[in-house]
Write a new protein. Structure first.
Length: 386
C-alpha cells in the first residue's frame, strides 16, 4: 500500500469517526424524543459520514471537478432516498407503537375495533397488536362473565332470603299457636313444622353442595359407575313423585348388555341426574311424559338425556338456565307445573348439576324439542381414564 492510499484511508476513517461521534451525540440528545425523530437522526448520521468521507477522498485524489460533482450528486440522491425511507419506516413504527399503546390502555374494555389499522406496520408490531386485541376480547368477556356471575349471586341472595323467610314465618306462626293453645290438631302442626324444617334443610344442603363445587376441587373417590344402572335407580326413586304429579316417567336404554360405564363419584352423579329428573317432573303438565334415556355416542362418550313436556324454554334464556340463582321469571315463588321456565325454586338444582358434570370432565346442555326440552349430559367412558 503506497503512501497516498494510506493517507486517503486515514482521512476517510477520521472524517467517518468524527461525523459518527457527532451523530451519536445528537442521537443521545434526542433519546427521549419520538421514535420517528431518533430514526431520522440514526439514518442521517451514516449518510453524512459517507458524504464527508467521499468529499475528502475526492479532494485528496485530485479528481476532476466534473467527476467530483457526479459522485457527490449520486451520493446526495442516495442520501435523500435513504432519508425518505427512514422517515417512512419511522412513521410505520410510530403508528404501530401508538396503536399498541392504545390497545394496552383499552385492555378489558369493550369497543368496536377498526379493521385494517395494522396493515401498514411491520409484521412484528402487527402480530403484537393482534395478540393484544385477542387479549382485550378475552378480558372483556371475562369481565362480562364476572358481572353476570355477580348479578346471579345477588339474585340468589334475594331468592334465598325470600325462600327462607317464608317457612320461618310459618314456623313462628305454628309455634306461637301451639304455645297459646289455639291449635287443636297438635300432631298435624308438628308434622307441618317437620315438613317445613325438611324443606329448609334441603335449601341449606343445596347451598353447601354448590359452595363445595365452586371451591377448589377436593380429592373424591372415583370408580367405574354404570350410568345405565344409575338412571334405572333414579327413575325408580322418582316414580312415586311423578305419579303424584300425574306425569309418566319412562326409561329408555339400549337393547344390549352395555353397562355404559363412566369414571366418577356415584353419589355426585346420582344427585345431578336426580336434580334433572325432579326438575323435569315439576315442569311437565299432568298427563305429560318425562323420558330418561342413556346411550353411547359414536365418539364413545356416554350420553344421558332427560326429555320433558314443559313447553320449551325461550331461546334467549337457554344460556342462563344453569346460572346460579336464575329462575327465568320475575316471581319469587315456584311456578306451577307445566310452566316453561326451568329455574323455579331457589335456582340451585341445575347449577349443582352443571358443577357435578363439569367436575367429571363432562358437558351439560339443554335444547328445545317438540313440546318441551331435553337436558343432555355427556361423560367420557371408563376407557378414557385408564
Amino acid at each position: 500500500m503506497n503512501k497516498d492510499m494510506f493517507t486517503i484511508l486515514a482521512l476517510t476513517t477520521l472524517w467517518t469517526l468524527v461525523v459518527a461521534g457527532i451523530g451519536a451525540a445528537i442521537l443521545w440528545q434526542f433519546r427521549r424524543r419520538s421514535l420517528r425523530v431518533t430514526m431520522i437522526v440514526a439514518g442521517l448520521a451514516p449518510m453524512a459520514a459517507a458524504l464527508a468521507a467521499v468529499l475528502q477522498s475526492v479532494r485528496a485524489m485530485f479528481i476532476s471537478e466534473h467527476d467530483s460533482w457526479v459522485v457527490l450528486w449520486t451520493l446526495a440522491f442516495a442520501a435523500l432516498l435513504g432519508l425518505a425511507m427512514t422517515v417512512l419506516l419511522g412513521h410505520w413504527i410510530t403508528t404501530g407503537s401508538r396503536d399498541v399503546g392504545r390497545r394496552l390502555r383499552q385492555l378489558g374494555t369493550s369497543y368496536d375495533a377498526p379493521e385494517g389499522r395494522t396493515r401498514a406496520v411491520p409484521a412484528e408490531l402487527a402480530d403484537l397488536t393482534n395478540e393484544l386485541e385477542m387479549t382485550r376480547k378475552k378480558l372483556a368477556a371475562s369481565h362480562e362473565r364476572e358481572r353476570a356471575l355477580e348479578a346471579s349471586r345477588r339474585e340468589l341472595v334475594a331468592f334465598m332470603s325470600h325462600d327462607l323467610r317464608t317457612p320461618l314465618a310459618g314456623l313462628r306462626a305454628v309455634s306461637e299457636g301451639l304455645e297459646d293453645g289455639v291449635i287443636d290438631d297438635v300432631p298435624g302442626a308438628l308434622r307441618q313444622m317437620r315438613s317445613t324444617v325438611d324443606r329448609m334443610t334441603g335449601l341449606v344442603d343445596d347451598l353447601f353442595e354448590l359452595s363445595r363445587l365452586s371451591a377448589a376441587p377436593l380429592p373424591t373417590r372415583r370408580s367405574a359407575v354404570s350410568l345405565r344402572e344409575l338412571a334405572e335407580d333414579v327413575a325408580g326413586e322418582n316414580n312415586e313423585h311423578a305419579r303424584a304429579e300425574g306425569v309418566r316417567l319412562a326409561l329408555s336404554t339400549p337393547n344390549n348388555d352395555d353397562r355404559l360405564a363412566v369414571q366418577g363419584d356415584p353419589d355426585e352423579l346420582t344427585r345431578a341426574v336426580t336434580n334433572l329428573v325432579g326438575n323435569a317432573i315439576r315442569h311437565t303438565a299432568p298427563g305429560g311424559t318425562v323420558t330418561v334415556s342413556v346411550d353411547r355416542e359414536t365418539d364413545g362418550r356416554v350420553r344421558l338425556a332427560v326429555t320433558d313436556a314443559c313447553g320449551g324454554i325461550p331461546a334467549d334464556d337457554l344460556e342462563r338456565v344453569f346460572d346460579i340463582g336464575w329462575r327465568g321469571d320475575e316471581q319469587r315463588t315456584p311456578e306451577p307445573a307445566g310452566n316453561s321456565t326451568h329455574a323455579s325454586g331457589c335456582g340451585l338444582g341445575l347449577a349443582i348439576a352443571r358443577g357435578v358434570v363439569e367436575s367429571h370432565d363432562g358437558k351439560i346442555g339443554v335444547t328445545n324439542v317438540d313440546g318441551g326440552c331435553a337436558f343432555q349430559i355427556d361423560l367420557p367412558p371408563v376407557a378414557a381414564h385408564n
